[in-house]
Design a protein around this ligand. Sequence first.
Ligand code: 26W
Length: 822
Amino acid sequence: KKAAPAASFSLNTTDFKESILKHLHSTLGTDENKASNRAWAEATAAAANDFVYERLRQTQKAHFEADTRAVHYLSAEFLMGRLLSNNLHNLGVFDAAADALKDLGQDISVILDEEPDMALGNGGLGRLAACFIDSLATLNYPAIGYGIHYEHGLFRQEFRDNRQIERPDEWREYGSPFEICRPESVQQVPLFGYVETVFDETGNMKKKWHPGRVIKGIPWDVPIVGYGAETVNILRLWESRASDFFNWDVFNAGGYIDSQAENAEAEAVSKVLYPNDETEAGKQLRLIQQYFFCACSLKDIIRRYSRAHGNDWSKFSTQNVMQLNDTHPAVAIPELMRLLVDEHDLNWDDAWTICRESFAYTNHTLLPEALEKWDVSLFERVLPRHLEIIYEINRRFLEDEVEVKWPGNDEIKAKLSIIEEGDSRKVRMGHLSVVGSFKVNGVAQIHSELVKKDLFPEYDALFPGKFTNVTNGITPRRWLKACNPRLSALLTEKVGENWPRDLELLRDIAKYADDPAFQKEYMDIKLANKVDMAATILELTGVEVDPTAIFDIQIKRLHEYKRQQMNLLHILALYRRLLENPDYDMNPRVVIFGSKAAPGYKLAKDIIYALNCIAEKVNSDARIKGKLKVVFLPNYRVTIAEKLIPAADLSQQISLAGYEASGTGNMKLALNGALTVGTLDGANIEIAEEAGEENVCIFGMNVDEVQALQAQGYNPWDYYYSNPELKAVLDWLDTDYFTPGKPGELSSIKRSLLDGGDPYMALADFQSYSDAQKDADSRYSDKAGWARAMIINTATMGKFNSDRSMEDYVRDIWKLTKCPVK
Ligand code: 26W
């Protein structure tokens, strides 16, 4: 058994109390008689920060002195959620803080509830980045997260007349105690303009970029506290501003007002997170955002490298590795080439060798509409020099590598070219990422196979060994220890306190899976969590639910491939069965959704509307005696996930096989005991392997069957006409049953599934899904069997610790060594 337990600070309740009071007085400028909840929260954060900053200083000193190799995790999104509770847990002072606040007459849960989520991400990809930096700090690896300091994170979702409306997120309206501004590390970022060819003294041709604008990047550092707080790394987020030196000209020319417009334009770059997950938008501002944070980050990395190594570039790639979180930061590849060749005078070949040894790329999706492509014309306007560099990378790649492997094969050249030819020529960012990286990984076994087989088969043939898999993971600190304190206490009692580092230790509880006393303890905890959740549901939606009912949960972004519409059809089927037969045999069930739709995704928003309308009708229908309830929680986010996951019985992971790269909510729910109702897609496959097929409810076509049906030609009408229940619930959507007086309001869903061709084959998988749900229901009736399955799920999720993901990356890609601190 490895690693020591969390090295908590020798901070007792009395010390913490004094520290909170001191900060309430001297940092917040208020006192205990009139302090607001927010002031209490900030004082508590400040008390914790005394330790965080000390460990941060020690960490930076250790990394500097050891001159360690480091990973730079470049990501447009970091979905951090709340930080205070997490930091207190990782510092090992959560209980001390709770007791201190209690002595001061405050309830820590109320105080923690003051903190807005730091929602600088859309969903899975952004939350993955947050889990990864937690694990890297916990494991004492030198690592920096680089991203964008969005003024507004993902929109706040409200429902008006059952429809989603979007409101701006204001996470730092009054500042945040969790970030430090570092004006001393500001960077300048050039944009637009033109490229001039010049010759230096020795007659060498050089390219000189004359930017049309320069904006400034201001770094904000968020300390990332590892579990046990030995290492505190940083997340560095760049905020855009108008560049001082550029604006002087305008200002001197009397353009005071114009210069304000310039300021607004520059500030727009980091103003708002794009709310599209999985759909590439191709907007100029998004490309500028991407370039902005990559340019700032690379200059930061180079500045730090040069401090130790001056102008000697030979060790750059042994000291630095940059991980591209999807293609969003892919423009970092030509940017590093530009910095090395144009600004630091390296020759092309040496610069290209450094690039190819420094970048690695993670693919998170196979959906064609999510693969980023930029119009050549847009690229040329915003980043003229980078377009030239991409052309040169592409020319050499096609001539020196593709032509050598497949002489004279223009078809393969067209497929592998970084530039897509056609009416409007495009830069393919995925291709650029593969060509410019030394490793490419998918995020679950099956996904990584499909990346090789279906997305990049020729690249795989050309670059043997470049493609690999690292299965995603989640941090057990946030997703079990902090969010499910009741279960955590039970687990600690049984296996000791080291499981939040070494989640494999939980295997030990499998031996109690059939022990009635343990089953009771485990199920009492699940029930208590459900009681809490029922109160939250009542508070947020006004819907009363029975905590002994099955809590059947689907929480994830709204997308056709995730098939919330199939869940909807199943709800209608259950409702219909109950109406036709009031004695229909089923356990009471609460189907719970949490989900945001991209603001421009019409059908996704229609599905939200439909679910809200159906919920209204079902929840108020006395005929079904409360046996079915439907709840759509507004404004789903990390903080809501932390409340829902410990209360789940069923975890719906029902994407069409081959489309969900991994999923990570599936891991969180299974770890907290929920049984997966899922397809053989993404990490569900590995979850089923770990938990055993008998402890999950697998249904539907597998990837091969999906591909076979697609090849054969899929016709959703076949399923409509051959399945009377399916036909009935689809036809129901054309009536005004759920939208009284307004027939047709839910018809778009039926249309997409029939006339629209049902691209994600919800009708093909419907019967099998419905059978799996029935199976889940009857298993729930067997109390001991159900408890056993839940316990086994908790016991066997060790693989999905993001610490394991990090060790995989370190071994196969990053080659880091741990740097102990103090
Ligand atoms: C260009 C617009 C855009 C924005 C975001 C395209 C694609 C994305 C992301 C790749 C979406 C995303 O979050 N993907 C999810 O990544 C998770 C972490 O690897 C996986 O678990 C999910 O299966 C995958 O959908």
